[in-house]
Design a protein around this ligand. Structure first.
Ligand code: 8DG
Ligand code: MG
Ligand code: MG
Length: 146
């Protein structure tokens, strides 16, 4: 449930990694409409970041995950959006419990559909917080073992 006061909110976003691709979908929202973003949502009272990421992913895609880890956090002041917003965004990484599982579009009013994208061939336009992260040089893939 989203409140209406102008306060910073906590968003938890999850990069689902499948081989060398990541899951993104085109948003339907008053924040970042028609831009590509990862699954995620608002941290609920009493929830860990891991619980939130797993819950949002399940609600939005039906996917079950195997392990989940914290990647990074960014501060996103989104005053140009239809709904001016400020998010502290927690980025997590996970893999699917069953690599053959197909993501479903379970909230079609919020996302046009999910697909897998290579990090060096991401769809455009990206949701601003994601674009900022990419432009900073960040990448969510595990470092190769030496
Ligand atoms: P909920 O009611 O299910 O909790 O919320 P939601 O409708 O799923 O929220 P959301 O907009 O998908 O995610 C919450 C916020 O997280 C979003 O408004 C801004 C922030 N956020 C980012 N980057 C990303 C991203 O890549 N994906 C998603 N889903 N949210 C992001 O800063
Ligand atoms: Mg959600
Ligand atoms: Mg969402």
């Amino acid at each position: 449930m989203e409140g209406s006061e102008a306060v910073p909110r906590v968003g938890v976003v999850v990069f689902v990694i499948k081989e060398n691709t990541v899951l993104l979908g085109k948003r339907r929202s008053s924040i970042g409409d028609s831009t590509f973003a990862a699954p995620g949502g608002h941290l609920e009272f009493g929830e860990s970041w891991e619980e939130c990421a797993a819950r949002e992913l399940k609600e939005e895609t039906g996917l079950d995950i195997d392990n989940i880890e914290f990647l990074t956090v960014t501060n996103n002041i989104l005053l140009e959006e239809a709904k001016p917003s400020h998010y502290v965004t927690i980025f997590m990484r996970t893999i699917m419990a069953d690599p053959c599982q197909i993501p479903q579009t379970l909230e079609p009013n919020k996302c046009d559909g999910w697909d897998w994208y290579h990090w060096n061939d991401l769809p455009k336009p990206l949701f601003r917080p994601l674009e900022t992260l990419v432009l900073s040089g960040f990448n969510p893939f595990p470092a190769p073992e030496i």
